[in-house]
Each structure stands twice: as C-alpha cells, then as structure tokens.
Design a protein. Structure first.
Length: 194
C-alpha cells in the first residue's frame, strides 16, 4: 500500500515506501528516518526526538530553553509568593467579616451557606488577578498552582477570622461550601492560565 505524504526534503506528494528512508538519524546511525527537527532541520528518530509545543525537536534544540515570557526567575517567584499570600490575608479578612455579617443577619443557615459559597467562588477572580499581576503577566504554569494554594489559604484564613469573631464556622463547612471553594480555586487557576 502506498500513502501520499508531504516530506521536508522538498518532494511534495511523493509516495512513501521503504525506499523513502534513505537517510539515518544523526544520533542513531543504525535507525533510518526522514523526521527532521523543526528548528534546525537535523535528522532525528523517535528515540532521540523531544516533543515540544511547536513540534519535534532534536535534543540540542530542545535544551535551548524557553523564552523569558514563560520563565519566572527565583526572585520573581519569591515576590509572587510573598505578595500573593499577603493579598490572601486581606481577602481572608474580608471573607471572615462577610461570614460574621451573614451569621448575624437573620437570613437562615441555608441562604447563608449558599451566600458564603458564592462569595468564595467569585473571590477566585481577584486572587487569580493578584497572582497574575505579581508574576508580571508571565505565562509560567507554576503560577496556576500558586493561585490555587493562595485561594485555599484565603479561604482557611477567612474561617479563622470568622471563628475569632465568634462565628460557628462548622455551619459553613458543608458540601455547598466545598463546591464554592472548588469553583473559586478553578477560577483563580484559570485567571493565570498560560
């Protein structure tokens, strides 16, 4: 059976047969291949190729690294973590005060639980924006995990503040509250999505 393919060698629509593999991989001379590195054009085989977001690369081109927009330096990462957790303390204090208001206003526990879950769900947006701005809008995927931890920390901090104010927080720790937290974490992570 003969398949039509386009090859890198300049022969478009040439039939692919066993004779098409006339060259060998540069790193594995006993392996015939017509796969080339998408950056430098060297012949590579499935054993030595490195799959990148923009195609197959040879090990040399794959080790060059990422552009600066994708990398957060250790100093920037420390700043992101510090600023984000300070912001989470502020968001947690606001959340604790909101829980205190919900507890002291006679709206009923069911409405209060839904309101608390809704508030923590929408709090994911400012948490994600805070992490994104602190990270100078870098596309580093590690920032997503920082946003998730910061959101969780703000939620825990809010419950601690509410308990200090005399709110029985056990009434807010139920499936509705956990769903709100999950949505908040999801929103925070997607705000810094690369």
């Amino acid at each position: 059976m003969i398949y039509k393919i386009s090859t890198f060698s300049g022969y478009p629509d040439s039939p692919m047969t066993h004779d098409s593999f006339e060259t060998a991989c540069l790193r594995h001379p006993d392996t015939l291949s017509n796969l080339r590195c998408g950056r430098c054009g060297d012949l590579i085989c499935p054993q030595c190729m490195v799959q990148s977001p923009v195609g197959a690369r040879c090990p040399d081109c794959a080790s060059i690294g990422q552009p600066a927009i994708f990398r957060t330096t250790p100093m920037e990462m420390g700043k992101v973590i510090g600023v984000s957790f300070l912001g989470a303390i502020g968001i947690g204090i606001a959340y604790g005060l909101i829980l205190w208001v919900i507890f002291n206003v006679p709206v009923g526990w069911n409405i209060g639980n839904v309101a608390a879950a809704f508030i923590v769900a929408i709090a994911g947006a400012p948490v994600g924006d805070l992490v994104l701005r602190a990270g100078k809008y870098k596309l580093d995927s590690r920032l997503r995990f920082i946003a998730a931890f910061v959101m969780f920390f703000a939620w825990v901090w809010g419950f601690w503040i509410a308990s200090v104010l005399g709110v029985p927080v056990a009434g807010f720790l139920n499936i509705v509250g956990y769903i709100g937290l999950g949505i908040g974490i999801y929103v925070a992570m997607n705000r810094v999505k690369p």
